[in-house]
Design a protein. Structure first.
Length: 484
């Protein structure tokens, strides 16, 4: 097991060194420090324990050493009562958890000297009885405590309540179970059924999250379990299974990059088969660019996808074209062909902007136009608005050119109706701007309705009051089927 962690441990030591360099050098190169969900931590750990912090030593402004006494051994060869000393220099405090309780959960591996060290991000602490994980909030910067949310796919669990410290142990037990299943399947890739592998995947993120993940920065857990499941599917040459896992990886962690034996032709067979699920086709589009440059032949192949009936596929095709636009060439330093590719992409994007009706994709096009030094900046919509509601939460995006600041959602009214029932007037609490920039912002809201019945599906109408360039306006959004 220790050999299997050698690469991860080398990375861990590198991150500690990088963190110290960032702290000491003002012009240090910013680095993204990944963090892992509980399942990924369990999969990478040699031991997992609950412990009490007994000492904190700050040996320098850049080096912190903490000592823990083990109170419960969950996994691995560690005894209750054992003392563990760890370098926690990468783990900072925050205003949300400035004075953590002594309780901690530690995910441990052995270093080359056979001493215990933390898996990267492998510490959970209690603050006021609430569990906190560690995430890079600023780049450059170390890991800061943020509230632990439900897993799997905690990065997509926006709006859910934080996890009490007492509920963390059962979550870790479930994570260990999932990690053991993955280890068993990796040892015998042909043994699990397809359904057993798919059961390990986190829920599919909503479509708005999939389209806007390039712009919505949220601390995303690196989903090692789902990545490993994708590799098992690849080994079995199950293209759809690998893409089902890859869709979750791309939406909650890092871009999915398929390995052999999957080929570009395997991916194109899914992309061009209109009967396949749009999530799989979109993931295949994002992945196929790993095999070849965006040469004219590929532009011609992607172009029809901009007219696909599904907005998710149209978005993936547009994204692939724009990502490849500035650096595309069939040969190094071939300026003539490169300019031809750029002109072709600009024409395609101009047509898409003129005809696109999907609100979320229009919002994405607005953001692209605001950030792309290409003709798209002139062609993109002048205003954009989208709303997405599911269960008891909603997300909104508003954008308008010419605004000095970011448009904002001021209030949300909600009406629910069902056949044979009276309309229920409800409300919503707009609780934060997910992010904002000049001319655009995204907002989250908690939907509240005391008269609604759990499990009932309603027709919903949202009236969203937006302050746009100082002139409030009301946008009306109908949701045909909102399950409460």
């Amino acid at each position: 097991m220790k050999r299997s962690h050698e690469k991860a441990m080398c990375g861990l030591r590198w991150w500690f060194a990088a963190a110290a360099m960032v702290a000491m050098t003002a012009d240090a190169r910013a680095e993204n420090v990944p963090h892992y969900d509980l399942r990924g931590l369990a999969l990478q750990s040699d031991a997992i324990v609950f412990a009490t912090r007994t000492e904190v030593r700050r040996e320098s402004p850049y080096r912190t050493i903490e000592t823990f006494r083990v109170t419960r051994a969950v996994a691995g060869a560690v005894r209750v009562g054992a003392t563990i000393t760890l370098d926690t220099s990468l783990y900072a405090s925050s205003t949300a958890c400035a004075h953590p309780d002594p309780d901690a959960a530690l995910f441990l591996t052995r270093d080359r000297n056979d001493a215990w060290q933390l898996v990267l991000s492998g510490m959970r602490v209690s603050c006021g009885g609430v569990a906190y994980r560690f995430v890079q909030q600023r780049n450059p910067g170390g890991l800061e405590p943020v509230e632990q949310l439900a897993e799997p796919a905690d990065a997509t669990a926006n709006g859910r309540a934080p996890v009490p410290w007492t509920a963390l142990a059962p979550m870790i037990d479930r994570a260990i179970t999932a990690a053991n299943v993955v280890r068993r399947y990796e040892a015998q890739p042909a043994s699990p059924t397809r359904d057993a592998l798919l059961a390990l995947l986190p829920p599919q993120p909503d479509r708005a999250a999939q389209m806007l993940d390039d712009y919505v920065y949220e601390p995303r857990a690196h989903d090692v379990v789902t990545e490993r499941v994708a590799r098992i599917f690849e080994a079995r040459r199950d293209v759809s299974g690998a893409l089902a896992a890859g869709a979750r990886v791309s939406a909650t962690s890092f871009e999915y990059r398929p390995n052999a034996p999957l080929s570009a032709q395997d991916l194109w067979s899914v992309i061009e088969r209109a009967t396949d699920p749009p999530e799989l086709r979109a993931t295949a589009i994002r992945a196929v660019t790993t095999f070849t440059l965006l040469v004219p032949a590929m532009v011609d192949r992607l172009a029809p996808l901009l007219r696909d009936p599904d907005a998710l596929v149209r978005h993936a095709a547009a994204r692939a074209l724009l990502l490849g636009r500035s650096g595309s060439s069939s040969e190094p330093n071939d300026g003539v062909r490169r300019r031809a590719v750029e002109r072709a992409i600009d024409q395609l994007m101009g047509r898409l902007v003129a005809t696109e009706q999907d609100p979320t994709l229009r919002f994405w096009l607005y953001l692209q136009g605001a950030s792309t030094p290409s003709p798209l900046g002139r062609l993109a919509p002048r205003t954009a608005f989208f709303a997405h509601a599911q269960q008891r939460s909603a997300q909104f995006g508003v954008a308008s050119r010419g605004t000095r600041g970011a448009p904002r959602v001021e209030s949300v009214e909600l009406e629910l109706s069902a056949p044979g029932s009276a309309t229920i007037a409800c409300g919503a609490q707009v609780h934060r701007a997910r992010w904002s920039t000049a001319g655009a912002s995204m907002w989250d809201a908690a939907l509240r309705c005391g008269g609604a019945r759990d499990g009932q599906t309603y027709m919903a109408r949202l009236r969203v009051r937006v302050a746009d360039a100082g002139a409030p306006a009301v946008r009306v959004v109908d949701v045909p089927a909102l399950r409460w």
